[in-house]
Design a protein. Structure first.
Ligand SMILES: Nc1ncnc2c1ncn2[C@@H]1O[C@H](COP(=O)(O)OP(=O)(O)OP(=O)(O)O)[C@@H](O)[C@H]1O
Length: 247
C-alpha cells in the first residue's frame, strides 16, 4: 500500500530565490517524522505546500493518495494541519471556534458535540472553553490550534512546531499525545528542540537551504557516534562539529 504522505520533487521559488529545492520523502502509517533545520531552511514552506496552503512551483504532494493541488478536498479530509502561530478568529471562544471547525468538517448535533469535547479533552482546554481566543496565553492559543487539527481524527497530521510556547508540563503532555496517536497515523512535526526528536520521532529529516541533507532514524544518527546536535550543526553550518568520544 502507498504511504499516507508522498512528496515528490517538491520545489518552491519566491522570485529568483529557491526556498524548497527538489524535496522528496514518504511517511507511512506509524511513523513520526521530525522535520529539522535552521531558521529559514524551508520547513514551514514545505509543510504549507504539503497541507495545500501554498501551491508548489514544481513537484507534487499526496495525502492518502490525493494530490493536494488537483484533489484539495479529498486531501484535506485526511489531514489535520497546525500552522505556525495562533488560530484565526480571535474573537471566538475556544468552544465556538472548535464547533465552527467541526461544522466545516461536516459534523452536526451529538457527533459535533462529542468531537469538540474530545478535542478539548486531548489538549486540556476544558477550563478555558468559554474564553475568547484573543484573551488566551500563547501556549493555550497553540493548544487551540492543535485541537482543531485533531478534531476529525485524521490519519495524517502535519504539525508546525506543536510545542512552541508551551510550558514544560504541556510540552510533555503534547509529546505523550503524539506518541499515543502515532501507531494509527502518519505524523510530521517540525521542531527546533532536538530532544523532542529523540523523544517522539521514529525518523528525522534535516533540511538546509531548502534541501534534504539527512533522512534517518534519530537512533541511527546517534549510533554513528555523534549526538543529534552534532549531526545538526555539522550539516547545517557546513563544517564538521567536534566528534564525541566513543563510549
Ligand atoms: N511568501 C514568501 N515570500 C518570499 N519569501 C518567503 C516567503 N515565505 C517564506 N519565504 C522565505 O523562504 C525561506 C524559508 O522559509 P520557511 O519559513 O519555510 O523556513 P523555516 O525552515 O520554517 O524557518 P523557521 O525555523 O525560522 O520557522 C526563508 O528564507 C523565507 O524568508
Amino acid at each position: 500500500m502507498a504511504a499516507l504522505i508522498e512528496i515528490e520533487r517538491l520545489t518552491k521559488r519566491f522570485g529568483g530565490f529557491t526556498a524548497v529545492d527538489d524535496v522528496s520523502f514518504t511517511v507511512d502509517r506509524g511513523e513520526v517524522l521530525g522535520f529539522l533545520g535552521p531558521n529559514g531552511a524551508g520547513k514551514s514552506t514545505t509543510m504549507r505546500m504539503l497541507a495545500g496552503f501554498m501551491p508548489p512551483s514544481a513537484g507534487t504532494a499526496r495525502i492518502c493518495g490525493a494530490d493536494v493541488v488537483a484533489q484539495p478536498v479529498a486531501a484535506k479530509r485526511h489531514l489535520g494541519f497546525l500552522p505556525e502561530g495562533a488560530p484565526t478568529y480571535p474573537e471566538m471562544t475556544v468552544e465556538g471556534f472548535l464547533g465552527f471547525t467541526g461544522r466545516i468538517r461536516g459534523f452536526r448535533g451529538g457527533a459535533l458535540r462529542d468531537r469538540v469535547a474530545q478535542a478539548m479533552r486531548l489538549t486540556q482546554l476544558e477550563g478555558v472553553r468559554l474564553q475568547p481566543i484573543e484573551t488566551l496565553s500563547k501556549g493555550f492559543k497553540r493548544r487551540v490550534g492543535l485541537a482543531q487539527a485533531l478534531l476529525h481524527d485524521p490519519p495524517v497530521l502535519v504539525l508546525d512546531e506543536p510545542t512552541d510556547g508551551l510550558d514544560p508540563n504541556q510540552k510533555h503532555e503534547v509529546r505523550e499525545l503524539i506518541r499515543r496517536m502515532a501507531p494509527e497515523k502518519a505524523i510530521v512535526i517540525s521542531t527546533h528542540i532536538l530532544e523532542e526528536v529523540a523523544a517522539v520521532c521514529s525518523r528525522a529529516i534535516i533540511i538546509a537551504r531548502g534541501r534534504v541533507v539527512v533522512d534517518a532514524p534519530p537512533s541511527v544518527l546517534e549510533r554513528e557516534g555523534q549526538s543529534l546536535e552534532e549531526v545538526f550543526r555539522s550539516l547545517t553550518l557546513g563544517e564538521a562539529a567536534p566528534r564525541r568520544e566513543a563510549a
